[in-house]
Ligand binder design. Structure first.
Ligand code: ZN
Ligand code: ZN
Length: 312
């Protein structure tokens, strides 16, 4: 039997009253199951944090001692319990360490996807598909008009640019995926990395997911020749808005983050409309509960087949 109140939303975030834990809480709590290390999912100062080892490493890099009072680390597919609920972390394919959270209680399966991605990505484990009774999915891009282009086609746009490139991207996850894509599909380009991205790369390497070849940015380097791609976090990207002699590009699935339409690099680490439908087809849920973005189009699309509840 599906319990309508198995996951409820309160001021701290998504709460499971049967296990006494939160999923990616927005404020610090006693028991936090953290799907992945992006800042909107992993806040500091939780007491007990249940996550994968890479997620704990990224959180510790960002928050130091405030990352958690106590980490409880699990591999994918390893089962553990909190309260009355049995939990299993399942690879989400979104970034290194990213997990879906499978929760089983009284014979019913609830799967929280966190952020997830179907597109191939050599810098993290691929998504694993599982069956579930309730699919709790993000709907960041749950719009039939959103179909992410092929990331290889997108990255190959860099080959047509004959000047040095300033490439803005989130430091965690996206940057490493970009380094790997540039190494693979733009072999003549040399990647320079902003110093803020360097420690993230080192964690990737420690866990056996080397992004590829890159070197730390140095002021003189870009004067020498024209095949450099200088990868910088969003804040630095914005502050270089007057930069001359370089082409500025921002890599994101979000149309509104692009400097302009001609300079768009649409590389997303989220599922698009078709990916969500593919996931639902495989998971065969009896109910879909939606989070982030807007679940209304999904609700309309599945009307009559699968009950859809908008959690937030
Ligand atoms: Zn994320
Ligand atoms: Zn997110």
């Amino acid at each position: 039997m599906i319990l309508a109140d198995f996951i409820v939303v309160n001021d701290n975030g998504l709460y499971c009253p049967y296990g006494g834990f939160y999923l990616d809480p927005k404020l610090p709590v006693q028991h936090a199951v953290i799907s992945h290390a992006h800042g909107d999912h992993a806040v500091s100062a939780n007491t007990n944090v249940y996550c994968t080892e890479p997620t704990s490493a990224f959180m510790t890099l960002r928050y130091g001692k405030l990352a958690a009072k106590q980490f409880h680390l699990y591999c994918f597919r390893q089962t553990f319990t909190i309260g009355q609920v049995q939990l299993t972390l399942i690879s989400a394919g979104h970034m290194l360490g990213s997990a879906q959270v499978l929760m089983e209680y009284q014979g019913t399966r609830y799967l929280y996807t966190g952020d997830y991605k179907v597109q191939p990505d050599a810098t993290c484990d691929p998504i694993e598909w599982v069956k579930t009774d309730v699919l709790i999915t993000e709907t960041t891009f749950a719009d039939p008009k959103t179909q992410h282009p092929d990331p290889v086609t997108e990255i190959k746009k860099l080959n047509d640019i004959k000047s040095n490139i300033l490439l803005g991207a989130y430091a965690l996850g996206k940057s490493q995926r970009l380094i790997n894509l540039i190494n693979t599909h733009c072999p003549q380009k040399k990647v320079l990395v902003h110093h803020r991205i360097m420690p993230v790369n080192l964690i990737y390497e420690r866990f056996g997911f080397s992004p590829g070849n890159y070197q730390m940015y140095g002021r003189k380097l870009m004067k020498e020749q024209k095949e450099y791609v200088y990868l910088v976090p969003p804040f630095t990207f914005e502050s270089y808005f007057k930069a001359t002699g370089v082409k500025r590009l921002f890599a994101s699935g979000w149309k509104n983050l692009q400097a302009n339409q001609n300079d768009a690099l649409f590389i997303s680490d989220h599922v698009d409309w078709n990916d969500i439908l593919q996931c639902i087809k495989f998971a065969e849920p009896k109910q879909v509960w939606t989070l982030h973005g807007d679940g209304r189009q999904l609700k309309a699309h599945l009307d009559g087949d699968i009950e859809v509840k908008l959690l937030g």
